[in-house]
Design a protein. Structure first.
Length: 185
């Protein structure tokens, strides 16, 4: 009787252990798949773009701020000088942003991917990220964006440019009025 009870207990323990190991295996597989997805998905590039956005804004703002206030030669000289500062910012900020993004990628995205994707879906993501068609498409993206945006600019310029000109004129007038008011005080 004791022997039968012991055998039954051991069998129950073995079945429970096997079930636990099998239950853990998919989680381990999902974790491996998530790591593969994260290694193929260069989401940190978006953080780098975000860090570089102020540089683009600085150039755009400087160009707009100098327009009409300086001669063309003076504008060009000022923009070259500003471009050096902007490049310095990019050179310093880009590696910092990439470092932070890479450190943050795994702890933030792993739980979300584990929670929202099955192992099969993660395998599909890996296949997608490794796809030669995806790589070919990404290689063509700069040309696609350039061609598309050039056409948008060309097509939209007649209707949008007058609004841009008016905005610049209105802002310029308000800036001059504010400067004049400040000088009078």
């Amino acid at each position: 009787m004791k022997r039968t009870l012991l055998i039954t207990a051991l069998a129950a323990f073995s079945l429970t252990h096997v079930a636990l190991v099998q239950a853990a295996a998919p989680d381990d597989e999902k974790k491996v798949l998530v790591q593969k997805v994260l290694s193929l998905w260069h989401v940190e590039d978006k953080a780098i773009e975000m860090a570089q956005h102020p540089a683009q804004n600085a150039i755009t703002g400087a160009r707009a701020g100098l327009q009409g206030r300086l001669t063309a030669a003076q504008q060009e000289a000022a923009m070259k000088d500003i471009a050096k500062d902007v490049q310095k910012y990019i050179d310093e900020a880009t590696p910092l942003a990439k470092s932070v993004a890479l450190k943050t990628k795994d702890p933030v995205l792993t739980p979300l991917l584990l929670q929202n994707f099955s192992a099969d879906e993660l395998r599909q993501l890996v296949t997608f990220f490794e796809s030669p068609v995806k790589k070919k498409f990404e290689g063509l993206l700069p040309e696609l964006h350039k061609t598309y945006l050039e056409k948008v600019a060309e097509t939209g310029k007649p209707t949008i440019q007058p609004k841009v000109d008016q905005l610049q004129k209105d802002v310029g007038l308000k800036m001059r009025a504010a400067a004049t008011l400040a000088q009078q005080q």
